[in-house]
Write a protein that binds this ligand. Structure first.
Ligand code: HEM
Length: 446
């Protein structure tokens, strides 16, 4: 093999806008076509800026794990998120990131997570209590409310449903970073209605978060408990965290944690609604859990459910791509990546690549049972390496708990379009509502 390297091949789109037009039309097809036409490492241009798609699992592993020090989150992301969460865990780098990650980690230790399960179940039960036999429900809406509520209760000890600012700000912030805006490299200081609303809601949200901290500070350390809010407050008191880092982390966790998990649940319910035979297998598994009220101890036993979730996140990864920027010249799979190149790691295209997945479009949870011989990074819904999702276990526990609670009461079928349109928004969102129609289950004792 030659040791010579070269720049990754790729199309050269229309003048000036580069491949931007193709990209915004159908970003999912764009990366799949790029991969099929030019290979797993391919270059393209957006608004005159060179970008490079990294869709080979071994190269993804290099970027996220083996050579992670040669990459950072990158200028686009840092600039876009500077106002909302620039000093938080998702955006910071180097020592500042390391320090924050170490500080908040205890809120995500396994034992700590186990204590969140009753709250997760209580939220799920409250959701299901509103449901009736024969009802049609909009899954994404209901799951978004539930995951927001869970975050509020478990990490911050507040009932966010009582204060609309969190969901209002969430909508305003997500709208501001919608689709093309997020990755389009456009200047974002233009005072559009979306931007004005965003600014106003962000101010209100910051005030709300400061207020929460004040209330917590007013309590004696012994009464504070040890949720994420208390952990952050005590680090501010010890001067290990600035007030700005505190705020940005509160906002980071609210945002990184709720829409993603709601979408994970939505797509799992979609897949199950389309596959009654898989639903059936889950009933058998869930019915082994005593009275249908799951506890933390029951969760590891729900193995089939784990595979169902894995498979739904493969087909519909809520985070369908993310970026890195090379801080030095690197070589990936024999290709030269010059310092400053923006890399995109597209879960969507990798998770559906026939090279690693048989019949990739099919929903087949068993593929996660066998230790199929595929590269580890052919599947990365939660990222990888040191910056992998800190909330991964939290999200998995929540998804299992909510699904078990729903499935112990209801069977369901799809009441909306079988192939919903998907929107490449900040996260992978359904374009139209995903609806299921419910049938109450007959269970012993019910
Ligand atoms: C199904 C649900 C979820 C998915 C698919 C998901 C996905 C991801 C991905 C792909 C990353 C890595 C991004 C990158 O490397 O650029 C990430 C990071 C992160 N996630 Fe999640 N996430 C989920 C749930 C959660 C939850 C529940 C929380 C918090 C409670 C959370 C908090 C975070 C944070 C703080 C980071 C940044 C970590 C760091 O840089 O050290 N996520 N997530």
């Amino acid at each position: 093999m030659s040791t010579e390297t070269r720049y990754p091949p790729g199309p050269r789109g229309l003048p000036v806008v580069g491949n931007t037009v193709d990209l915004s039309r159908d970003i999912f097809a764009f990366f799949e076509e790029l991969r099929d036409d030019y290979g797993h490492i391919a270059s393209y241009e957006v608004f005159g800026t060179d970008a490079c798609m990294v869709a080979h699992p071994d190269a993804i592993q290099q970027v996220l794990l083996d050579k992670h020090e040669a990459f950072e989150k990158g200028e686009v992301l840092t600039r876009n998120l500077a106002d909302t969460m620039g000093e938080g865990l998702f955006v910071t780098g180097g020592e500042q990131w390391q320090n924050q990650r170490t500080q908040v980690q205890p809120a995500f230790y396994r034992d700590r997570l186990n204590t969140y399960v009753p709250e997760m179940r209580a939220t799920a039960e409250e959701t299901v209590e509103q449901w009736r036999d024969g009802m049609v429900v909009d899954v994404n809406d209901r799951m978004t409310e539930a995951t927001m509520d869970v975050l509020g209760r478990t990490l911050f000890g507040v009932d966010v449903t009582e204060n609309p600012i969190v969901s209002e700000a969430s909508d305003a912030i997500l709208a501001r970073f919608d689709t093309s805006r997020f990755w389009s490299f456009l200047p974002d200081q233009i005072p559009t209605p979306t931007n004005r609303r965003y600014r106003q809601k962000l101010d209100q949200l910051n005030a709300f978060v400061d207020d929460l901290a004040d209330q917590r500070r007013a309590q004696s350390p012994a009464d504070r408990g040890d949720d994420l809010l208390s952990i952050l407050v005590s680090f501010v008191e010890a001067s290990d965290l600035t007030q700005e880092e505190f705020r940005d982390n509160m906002i980071t966790f609210l945002f990184a944690g709720h829409e993603t998990t709601a979408l994970g649940l939505t797509y799992t319910l979609l897949c199950l609604a389309q596959h009654p035979e898989e639903q059936e297998k889950l009933y058998t598994e869930i019915d082994t859990v005593g009275d249908g009220r799951v506890t933390a101890e029951d969760l590891p036993g729900l193995e089939y459910m784990e595979r169902v979730i894995d498979e739904a996140l493969r087909l519909y990864p809520p985070v369908y791509m993310f970026f890195r920027e090379a801080t030095q010249d690197v070589v990936l799979q024999g290709y030269d990546i010059p310092a400053g190149t923006t890399l995109v790691l597209p879960q969507w295209a990798v998770h559906r690549d026939p090279e690693w997945w048989d019949d990739p479009e099919a929903f087949r949870p068993e593929r996660f049972a066998d230790d199929a011989d595929r590269p580890e990074y052919a599947y990365f819904p939660f990222g990888g390496g040191p910056r992998h999702c800190i909330g991964m276990r939290f999200a998995r526990m929540e998804m299992k708990t909510v699904l078990a609670t729903i499935l112990s009461e209801y069977t369901f079928e799809l009441a909306s379009e079988p192939n919903p349109e998907l929107v490449a928004s900040t996260n992978l969102k359904p374009g139209d509502p995903i609806e299921i129609s419910l049938s109450q289950r007959e269970r012993a004792g019910h």
